[in-house]
Structures are given as C-alpha cells and as structure tokens.
Design a protein around this ligand. Sequence first.
Ligand code: ADP
Ligand code: ZN
Length: 613
Amino acid sequence: MDQHMPQARHILQSTFGYDDFRHHQADIIEAIIDGQDVLTLMPTGGGKSICYQIPALVRSGTAIVISPLIALMQDQVDALQQLGIKSAFLNSTLHASEQREIEEAFIHGAYDLIYMAPERLLNSYTLNLIDRCEISLFAIDEAHCVAQWGHDFRKEYQQLSMLHERYPNVPRIALTATADERTRIEIIEQLALQQAHLFINSFDRPNIHYAINDLGNGREELLKFIKENHPDDAGIVYCLSRKNVETTAEWLNKKGRTALPYHAGLHQDIRQEHQQRFLREDGLIIVATIAFGMGIDKPDVRFVAHMNLPKNIESYYQETGRAGRDGLPSNAWMNYGLKDVINLRLFTQNSDADELFKRMMLQKTDAMLGLCELTSCRRQAVLAYFGETLEKPCGNCDNCINPPETWDATIATQKILSCIYRTKERFGAQYIIDIMLGKDDERIKANNHDQLSTFGIGQEHSSPEWRGIFRQLVAHGYLATDVEGYGVLKLTPKAWPLLKRSESPQTVMLRKLSKASKVKKKRSSSSSNAAVRRFAQDLSTHDQELFEQLRQLRSTLAKDQNVPPYVIFPDKTLVEMVIAKPGSESQMLEISGIGEVKFSRYGEAFLNEIMNR
Ligand code: ADP
Ligand code: ZN
C-alpha cells in the first residue's frame, strides 16, 4: 500500500466523517497521490468528489478543478469550507478586487483546491498564473463534455488536452457519470488519457425506483404520483417544451405545491433565482426543460418525473440520476404517449445531422422505446445498455413489482432470428420485416432474398407490430445493433440457443400488443410502493418529529450563512442522528458525515436539540 494511504484514510474519517472508502475510491486516490492519471466512471451520487478532494489534501500544492458550470462553484466551495478545507473559485461572478485577492492567495499556496471553468483556465492570463503556482493535480469534472458523441458537448473541453503537454508531471483525473463506451473512448482520445488507469464502477442506482407508464392524462397522473409518494419532497419535473414547463408549474402551484419554472427562455436572473431557491429551500419542485440539471449537486432530490420521452437512454439515466444522490429511496417516474414517440422520430429524421449521425440517433431512440415497452426488469435493461450485467431482476421497478401482461413470442422471435441469420446479419429491421411479410421489393429480389425459406413467413403480424417485437428483442439483448451506426441487426450469444431449436427449450415472453385500456387499470396501482419504504415513514412518530426538528435547525443554520441546507448535513446524517440519538461528542463523531470541523461548528447545537427532547 502507498505510504500515503493511512493519511488519506485519516482525512476520510476526520474531515469527511466517513468510515470507509466506497467502490474504487481507495484505488483511485492512491493512483492520483502517486502521480498517475486516472479516468473514473461512476454514477451520480457514487462519490466522485472525494476522489480528487482527498489527493488534493495529501499532495502538496493546489488542485485545479475544472467544472463546466460557474453557477454551481459557489456551492461547491461552500461545501468544502464547511469541512474546513481551504478552497476558492475563479470565475466571472467575482469583482476585480476579489479576483486579485484570490489570485494572490493562490500564488502563495493558500488553497488546497481552486475551481474554474475551462474557458477561464485556457486563457493565457490564467495559464501564466498557473505557471507560477505549485499544482497538485488537475481534476476534469463532467469529462463527457469533451465528447461530441455525448450530450453535453462543450468545445473548450477539447482544448484541455494541452494540460498534458504543458504540465506533464501533474497528474490528471477525469470524472464522469456517463457510461457509454463511445463517450469513454472519446474522452480518452481527446484528453490523451491512454496511459490513465481506468476505473469503471457499477452504474446501478439501487435506491432509485423506476416506473414508466403511458396512462392518458399525464398531468393528473403526475399529481397523483406526487401526492401519494412525495407530499413534501423536493423533485424535478421535466417537460419538453417551454410552454409545458410554464403551464405545468402554474398548475402544480394551483394544486398546492410550490413549483418553479426553469427553461432557457427565462431571464438569466430568474433562472438563477429559481435554481438557488430549489437548492436552498426544502421541498420545492422545479419544472424544467432539460436545460436544467447538469452539475446540480442537491443530494435530496426525492423524485424526477418525465412528462415526455427523453431522447435516449443516456439522457434518461442522467436525468433520473439526479434523484437520490444521498442514497435514500427515490423515484424516477415517467409518463409518455404515442405523440412523444412520433415527435421524437420526426425530430431525429428532420435533424440537419449527417446520415450516419441520424442513424445513430434513431438507434438510440429505438433503445429508449425498447425500455418503455419492456416487460422485464427496467434496471437490468438500462444496465445492459451500458454494458453491465445485473444477475437478478431488481425488485425495485414497476415491471418487477407489477409485471405487465405478456405473450409467448418464441415462434415470432425464431422467425426473426432465422431471417437475420439467413441474410447474414447484414440488414436493418425494416428490410428483414419486408422479407418476412413477403414484400414485392426490387432490393429483395436483387439479393435473391425472395428465395429464402423465411420469405413471407411473418404474415400474422403487421409491419408496426413486427417493429415493436424487434424493439423488444433489442431491449432484451437478443439482437444487437452495429456500433458503426448503420442500423444493421446482429444476433447476440443469447440468440443462438433459440435459433438452434435442438438445444434446451427456451421461451421468449414479450409485452402484449393489447388495448391500452386493459393495461391501464393494472398499472395504475404500481407507483405507490416506494412510499412505503420511504425512510421518514419507517421512523416512529416520535422520531419523525425529531427529524423535522433537526431539519428546522439545519434550515436556520443554513439561512444564517446563506448556504444550502445539505451543505451543513445531508438528510442521511440527520436520519442517522435520529436513530442513534447521540449523547456525547464521541457518539456524534461516529455518525456518518460528521467530521471534526463539522462537529466543532454544529455538534453542540444538534446534541442539544436531541437531548432536550
Ligand atoms: P458524485 O459527484 O459522484 O455524484 P458525490 O461526490 O457528491 O457524488 O458523493 C455523493 C454522496 O456520497 C455525498 O453526500 C458524499 O459525501 C457521499 N460519500 C462519498 N464517499 C463516501 C464514502 N466513502 N462514505 C460515505 N459517504 C460517501
Ligand atoms: Zn426491476
């Protein structure tokens, strides 16, 4: 073990108040302290920050954290200062005099960490400044912004490769919660991280309950969902259009919830104010377009609701991932309709992108639809999409809890697989369907595919029905799409036993292509389960009152300092306090999230509150 690891562990315990490292944190920290480059992929809430914060404290010099959103730097620095860590940010919100002061202190080594956006870092003035400072490491947060393939592309991120050339001896750590392989490859290439240690965490977020429904009146369903599960919790509601954002927020306000709109059409000051209130007040709902959310660190967002279909699984997972960063039970809820599906397709088809890109987008759309139509565990499917295997169904999604009706599609599946096999895995879904329907088509004839035994064997379903089956087969992993983006469907190892009927008999069950109304009734009762498990409701009435009291105290302390409440203590720490009811300093320090500095600031106040009950 690295000689510095005991020191790192000590910081984890005394400064951050945590018992142990999670996942790969220890290995990542060790590599960085040792001066090596690291690329780490971890889901939101996985604990990325301490992967650079602890090395920043162990290594000598100042760590530069590159982060895309200046609006959030204040909160990040506030959170560190609460822990007694010397940190600052450099961005355009500072007055010239403040900036000069910080630069001066930076040169004199006053900070362990300093945050800046890439534009700031890359200008020659800042680079000259950095040249005069001792730098412990570069942390490139939200590193997927470097990837054009990704969904938050920022062109300044691509220039960050210069760090490597200009400061070859300073270790770099790139961090992202984006899991897909293409983005990962692009990050490595763009940032010249070929030599970096790669740490990929499980992307599972077990505390998030996933539910997707296509029930008619989305808004009413949303209200019902919120009332049943989150009567006073903070949450995000995503809508596609600005107009829907406005009307949904208004409507929720009429129904008795405080809901604030957020979209790119609102004045910058209003957006800033709404975001700020969402972070600082308890139990607010923000209704937003996807313009909202990147880098939002609020750990106690208890639900994320989608009123439309996200454009792909990456977006869905990233957006829903903003729920429950603190690890407590949370809900990802989505309502979508046929219109969404059509709009999404039109949007992709009519985009100005080149053909290849369009085809990739269409595939992503298909995968997203597959997730919606799934009859089996949603979590297994999402994780499989990111290349991860979850052995057993999760038991914490709508399909696991209330399985939808299915039909035996084994024969239909075999027909598809056989047709793909006979056409040598070189075609897309529509072509295969045309063969199965026995379509009179020039291309089919030219390829002699009208001579195949599978020509015309699929008359029992319509073309759209077959497409639905195809989508489900992709989602279930019987078929894979080509990485190059040509829409070609290939058989996966999972498909082979089905194709060779001689082997162990296997059935494929797919979601029934039935009338929506039938499914409706069955599924309407599915969403309330998470409520049962909500932590606060598991507490006794007495403890719930104490929890409320501690929340009040936290709120007051936060307001006094103008910081978000979770910066003082996260909910999880409050829950632990309620359960353990510490009566002394040493008992208090055993609680996760309470380190020495936090204790010295707030320990007494919370101890008193607990003991005076
Ligand atoms: P990310 O940036 O990956 O979304 P954060 O760094 O914000 O995640 O961490 C998520 C939460 O988990 C935070 O509240 C953080 O303090 C907590 N956390 C991180 N590492 C640990 C650990 N080893 N033990 C307990 N809690 C941790
Ligand atoms: Zn499941």
